[in-house]
Design a protein around this ligand. Sequence first.
Ligand SMILES: Cc1cc2nc3c(=O)[nH]c(=O)nc-3n(C[C@H](O)[C@H](O)[C@H](O)COP(=O)(O)OP(=O)(O)OC[C@H]3O[C@@H](n4cnc5c(N)ncnc54)[C@H](O)[C@@H]3O)c2cc1C
Length: 386
Amino acid sequence: MIELEGRLSALRDHARAWADSLRDHALEADRHPDSLDRYLDLPAFSRLASLQIPPEYNDDPLEAGGHRFYLMDPLERVVCFEELARGDLGMLLGAPGAPMAGVLVAELGDDAQKEWFFEYVRKRPVWTFFGLTEPAGGSAALDLKTTLTARPDGAGWLLEGAKRHVGNATRADVGVIFARTGTGPLSVRAVLVETRSPGFTATPVDTLGLRAARLGEITLDSVEVPAERLLGRHLTSTRRGMWGWLRTFNLLRPTVAAMGIGVAQAAYDYVLTGRRVLRQDERIRLAGMGQRIEAVRQLTRRAAMAVAADPSDGYLASAAKMRAARVAEEVTMSAPEFFGPGALLEHPLLEKWARDARGIEYMEGTTNVQRLNVFAGLGRGKLGID
Ligand SMILES: Cc1cc2nc3c(=O)[nH]c(=O)nc-3n(C[C@H](O)[C@H](O)[C@H](O)COP(=O)(O)OP(=O)(O)OC[C@H]3O[C@@H](n4cnc5c(N)ncnc54)[C@H](O)[C@@H]3O)c2cc1C
């Protein structure tokens, strides 16, 4: 059992206060995802944008309970993001800052690229994007079609292709795009791109849940990328591209699992406070839901500690993500049953959480993809099970 010690419980309590402010605006943000900039005054929004930046580039960390937090550590993220997702996952995903692109830049960027990117994000709240999924499919990421071609004059690169289901694509100023320079797996590279670049267009994609995350489709029509924006250029061919983004996914997956736990906890708490008197069978059912949430929480904390120790060890992270997506769906589908027929009409938050939970299945890879990873981990004896 991993209990939170003083430092992490201070972070959790701080995030809880932020979560309440997200909850206050959750339904409105879901209805009007194009005007999230109106929430920039919320600390949960403005402060998140200046976190998740490594200490060497960030002189404004979060202070809570006498401790400093940069939210670069996977366990810190898990603790903080579970609480924020309990407030509202749509708004959390729609917040400015560099939750995904920043982790990749920290892994693959050279000093000048880190300086440029983190300064960009820190100066003022800006949205960023992480462009990997393509219209032909996201699970087979190595089969991506977007091309990165060296310009004939040697002055950089040209991007050509399309991305789909990219969070914050229409609001972002800067982000990363994955593209291939050739045919083999080592030719998949990542570049930093500004959305004002000629040839870059982003249009919204309507979604059923997590609408505030404002997924978008990106079209790249001969977008010029300066040579210095190619990530991993200082690394060997085996250490850049796929190596970097697999580590990035491993580092981020416990956070996505924590988001699923947050959504499940929100629905569970709603039943607990909304139905103070329960029948015996309902009490047993609710207790079972609470136990399942706690079990996935423990697994997720272990997964976060495993990737913090070794970012290439993402097997537990896959197991946690898979279980969290399922518990989020189960609990958000069961919660309305405690309020009788018409619950989804009478309790708009329950209706929203049931929609939002479906999106977790797709973030950072579907359950089938996680299963393949867990299976590989079992074969290598990496899951602590003989
Ligand atoms: C809220 C949200 C935010 C997102 N944010 C981003 C983002 O910021 N950037 C980004 O690039 N993408 C983002 N995505 C996209 C997400 O990464 C993809 O949806 C995901 O990778 C799955 O890809 P796909 O939708 O193309 O489905 P597909 O890959 O086409 O898969 C369809 C189905 O086939 C199954 N399948 C695929 N391959 C296999 C296999 N080998 N074995 C067994 N079954 C398989 C899958 O499990 C799934 O059920 C986001 C998605 C959501 C919902």
